[in-house]
Design a protein around this ligand. Structure first.
Ligand SMILES: O=C(O)c1ccccc1NCC(=O)[C@H](O)[C@H](O)COP(=O)(O)O
Length: 196
Protein backbone atom coordinates (compact mmCIF):
# COMPACT_ATOMS: atom_id res chain seq x y z
CA UNK A 1 0.00 0.00 0.00
CA UNK A 2 1.07 3.57 -0.59
CA UNK A 3 1.73 5.62 2.52
CA UNK A 4 1.11 9.30 3.29
CA UNK A 5 2.60 10.81 6.43
CA UNK A 6 0.32 13.60 7.62
CA UNK A 7 1.14 16.86 9.38
CA UNK A 8 4.76 17.51 8.50
CA UNK A 9 6.06 20.71 10.12
CA UNK A 10 9.83 20.54 9.64
CA UNK A 11 12.48 19.47 7.14
CA UNK A 12 14.04 16.77 9.30
CA UNK A 13 10.76 14.88 9.56
CA UNK A 14 10.00 15.33 5.86
CA UNK A 15 13.36 13.89 4.78
CA UNK A 16 13.09 11.06 7.30
CA UNK A 17 9.61 10.15 6.06
CA UNK A 18 10.77 10.04 2.44
CA UNK A 19 13.95 8.17 3.36
CA UNK A 20 11.88 5.55 5.15
CA UNK A 21 9.74 5.07 2.03
CA UNK A 22 6.74 7.38 2.31
CA UNK A 23 5.05 8.01 -1.04
CA UNK A 24 3.54 11.30 0.09
CA UNK A 25 3.75 13.83 2.89
CA UNK A 26 1.33 16.57 3.75
CA UNK A 27 1.20 20.00 5.27
CA UNK A 28 -1.76 21.31 7.24
CA UNK A 29 -2.67 24.84 6.17
CA UNK A 30 -5.30 25.20 8.89
CA UNK A 31 -4.47 27.52 11.75
CA UNK A 32 -6.58 25.54 14.20
CA UNK A 33 -4.29 22.51 13.91
CA UNK A 34 -1.43 21.73 16.27
CA UNK A 35 0.41 20.74 13.09
CA UNK A 36 -0.21 24.04 11.31
CA UNK A 37 2.46 25.28 8.92
CA UNK A 38 2.43 28.31 6.65
CA UNK A 39 2.69 27.82 2.88
CA UNK A 40 5.95 29.76 2.91
CA UNK A 41 7.49 27.44 5.52
CA UNK A 42 6.19 24.41 3.60
CA UNK A 43 7.94 25.67 0.46
CA UNK A 44 11.28 25.64 2.28
CA UNK A 45 10.70 21.93 2.87
CA UNK A 46 9.21 21.14 -0.55
CA UNK A 47 12.17 22.62 -2.41
CA UNK A 48 14.55 20.21 -0.62
CA UNK A 49 12.61 17.03 -1.36
CA UNK A 50 13.74 14.52 -3.98
CA UNK A 51 11.59 13.87 -7.08
CA UNK A 52 8.68 11.45 -7.21
CA UNK A 53 7.27 12.42 -3.79
CA UNK A 54 3.68 13.70 -3.69
CA UNK A 55 3.40 16.94 -1.71
CA UNK A 56 -0.09 17.42 -0.31
CA UNK A 57 -1.71 20.45 1.31
CA UNK A 58 -4.62 20.06 3.72
CA UNK A 59 -7.35 22.70 3.62
CA UNK A 60 -10.27 23.24 6.01
CA UNK A 61 -13.06 25.73 5.30
CA UNK A 62 -11.03 27.69 2.78
CA UNK A 63 -12.02 29.51 -0.39
CA UNK A 64 -10.46 28.96 -3.81
CA UNK A 65 -8.42 32.15 -3.61
CA UNK A 66 -6.78 31.04 -0.35
CA UNK A 67 -6.15 27.51 -1.64
CA UNK A 68 -4.69 28.65 -4.95
CA UNK A 69 -2.40 31.14 -3.22
CA UNK A 70 -1.20 28.43 -0.83
CA UNK A 71 -0.57 26.08 -3.78
CA UNK A 72 1.51 28.76 -5.52
CA UNK A 73 3.49 29.69 -2.40
CA UNK A 74 4.17 26.18 -1.13
CA UNK A 75 4.72 24.13 -4.29
CA UNK A 76 2.36 21.37 -3.19
CA UNK A 77 1.20 18.99 -5.91
CA UNK A 78 -2.20 17.95 -4.51
CA UNK A 79 -4.85 19.77 -2.44
CA UNK A 80 -6.67 17.65 0.16
CA UNK A 81 -10.09 19.19 0.78
CA UNK A 82 -11.54 18.62 4.27
CA UNK A 83 -14.88 20.34 3.81
CA UNK A 84 -18.00 20.29 1.65
CA UNK A 85 -16.80 22.33 -1.31
CA UNK A 86 -18.80 23.39 -4.35
CA UNK A 87 -18.11 22.14 -7.87
CA UNK A 88 -17.18 25.75 -8.71
CA UNK A 89 -14.44 25.69 -6.07
CA UNK A 90 -13.06 22.35 -7.27
CA UNK A 91 -13.20 23.62 -10.85
CA UNK A 92 -11.17 26.71 -10.07
CA UNK A 93 -8.28 25.00 -8.29
CA UNK A 94 -4.90 25.25 -9.99
CA UNK A 95 -3.70 21.83 -8.75
CA UNK A 96 -5.33 18.39 -8.61
CA UNK A 97 -7.42 17.72 -5.52
CA UNK A 98 -8.32 14.82 -3.26
CA UNK A 99 -11.62 14.75 -1.40
CA UNK A 100 -12.07 13.49 2.15
CA UNK A 101 -15.05 11.38 3.22
CA UNK A 102 -15.52 11.43 6.98
CA UNK A 103 -17.19 8.05 7.38
CA UNK A 104 -19.85 7.87 10.09
CA UNK A 105 -21.69 4.82 8.76
CA UNK A 106 -20.96 1.94 6.40
CA UNK A 107 -22.76 3.57 3.45
CA UNK A 108 -20.27 6.46 3.55
CA UNK A 109 -17.57 4.10 2.32
CA UNK A 110 -19.36 3.99 -1.06
CA UNK A 111 -19.65 7.79 -1.38
CA UNK A 112 -17.66 9.11 -4.37
CA UNK A 113 -16.73 5.52 -5.19
CA UNK A 114 -15.69 6.40 -8.74
CA UNK A 115 -12.92 8.67 -7.39
CA UNK A 116 -9.71 8.30 -5.48
CA UNK A 117 -10.56 9.61 -2.00
CA UNK A 118 -9.52 9.62 1.61
CA UNK A 119 -11.94 7.71 3.81
CA UNK A 120 -11.33 8.96 7.32
CA UNK A 121 -12.81 6.65 9.96
CA UNK A 122 -11.32 8.58 12.89
CA UNK A 123 -14.67 9.29 14.55
CA UNK A 124 -16.24 5.96 13.69
CA UNK A 125 -15.27 3.51 16.45
CA UNK A 126 -13.01 1.47 14.21
CA UNK A 127 -10.40 1.15 16.95
CA UNK A 128 -10.94 -1.77 19.30
CA UNK A 129 -9.85 -1.74 22.94
CA UNK A 130 -6.87 -3.96 22.15
CA UNK A 131 -5.58 -1.50 19.49
CA UNK A 132 -6.69 -3.58 16.52
CA UNK A 133 -9.04 -2.29 13.80
CA UNK A 134 -12.62 -3.14 12.97
CA UNK A 135 -12.67 -2.86 9.18
CA UNK A 136 -15.98 -4.67 8.68
CA UNK A 137 -17.44 -1.66 6.79
CA UNK A 138 -14.97 -2.41 4.01
CA UNK A 139 -15.72 -6.14 3.69
CA UNK A 140 -16.54 -7.10 0.10
CA UNK A 141 -16.10 -3.53 -1.18
CA UNK A 142 -13.81 -2.21 -3.89
CA UNK A 143 -11.18 -0.34 -1.87
CA UNK A 144 -8.80 0.21 -4.77
CA UNK A 145 -9.50 3.97 -4.83
CA UNK A 146 -9.59 4.46 -1.06
CA UNK A 147 -6.84 5.92 1.09
CA UNK A 148 -7.72 4.70 4.57
CA UNK A 149 -7.18 7.22 7.38
CA UNK A 150 -7.81 7.37 11.10
CA UNK A 151 -6.61 5.31 14.06
CA UNK A 152 -3.89 3.54 12.09
CA UNK A 153 -0.74 2.47 13.93
CA UNK A 154 2.44 0.53 13.13
CA UNK A 155 0.89 -2.38 15.02
CA UNK A 156 -2.51 -2.49 13.28
CA UNK A 157 -1.90 -1.20 9.73
CA UNK A 158 -1.15 -4.67 8.34
CA UNK A 159 -4.79 -5.54 9.00
CA UNK A 160 -5.66 -3.25 6.07
CA UNK A 161 -3.59 -5.24 3.58
CA UNK A 162 -6.18 -7.86 2.53
CA UNK A 163 -8.71 -5.18 1.56
CA UNK A 164 -6.70 -3.80 -1.34
CA UNK A 165 -6.69 -0.15 -0.27
CA UNK A 166 -4.90 2.25 -2.60
CA UNK A 167 -3.08 3.68 0.38
CA UNK A 168 -3.06 4.62 4.03
CA UNK A 169 -2.61 7.91 5.85
CA UNK A 170 -1.20 8.35 9.36
CA UNK A 171 -0.44 11.11 11.77
CA UNK A 172 -0.65 10.61 15.55
CA UNK A 173 0.79 7.11 15.77
CA UNK A 174 4.05 8.13 14.12
CA UNK A 175 4.62 11.17 16.35
CA UNK A 176 6.49 11.77 19.58
CA UNK A 177 4.27 14.85 20.11
CA UNK A 178 1.85 16.75 17.85
CA UNK A 179 3.84 18.11 14.92
CA UNK A 180 7.01 16.13 15.66
CA UNK A 181 7.43 12.80 13.91
CA UNK A 182 9.29 9.82 15.34
CA UNK A 183 11.55 8.20 12.75
CA UNK A 184 11.40 4.72 14.28
CA UNK A 185 7.61 4.81 14.34
CA UNK A 186 7.48 6.00 10.72
CA UNK A 187 9.81 3.17 9.73
CA UNK A 188 7.74 0.58 11.55
CA UNK A 189 4.51 1.91 10.01
CA UNK A 190 5.85 2.03 6.46
CA UNK A 191 7.42 -1.43 6.69
CA UNK A 192 4.17 -2.91 7.97
CA UNK A 193 2.10 -1.12 5.30
CA UNK A 194 4.42 -2.16 2.49
CA UNK A 195 5.38 -5.56 3.96
CA UNK A 196 9.07 -4.91 3.43
O1 LIG B 1 -4.07 16.70 12.19
C1 LIG B 1 -4.73 17.74 12.24
O2 LIG B 1 -4.57 18.58 13.14
C2 LIG B 1 -5.76 18.03 11.19
C3 LIG B 1 -6.52 19.17 11.30
C4 LIG B 1 -7.46 19.46 10.34
C5 LIG B 1 -7.64 18.64 9.24
C6 LIG B 1 -6.89 17.48 9.12
C7 LIG B 1 -5.96 17.16 10.08
N1 LIG B 1 -5.21 16.01 9.98
C8 LIG B 1 -5.28 15.17 8.86
C9 LIG B 1 -6.16 14.04 9.08
O3 LIG B 1 -7.25 13.99 8.57
C10 LIG B 1 -5.56 12.92 9.85
O4 LIG B 1 -4.47 12.54 9.09
C11 LIG B 1 -6.42 11.72 9.96
O5 LIG B 1 -7.52 12.03 10.75
C12 LIG B 1 -5.65 10.57 10.58
O6 LIG B 1 -5.14 10.97 11.80
P1 LIG B 1 -4.57 9.92 12.85
O7 LIG B 1 -5.73 9.08 13.32
O8 LIG B 1 -4.00 10.79 13.92
O9 LIG B 1 -3.51 9.08 12.17
Amino acid sequence: MRVKITGITNLEDALAAVDEGADAIDFIFFQGSRRFITPEAAFKIVEQLPPFVEKVGIFVDSDAKFINKAIALSGITLAQIHFEATDALYGSLVAPHLRVVRAQREADVDYLSDRYRIVDVFGANTLKADGSLDLSWFEGKDCSKIILSGNLTPENVAQALPYGFYGVDVSTAVESEPGKKDREKMRAFIRAAKQC
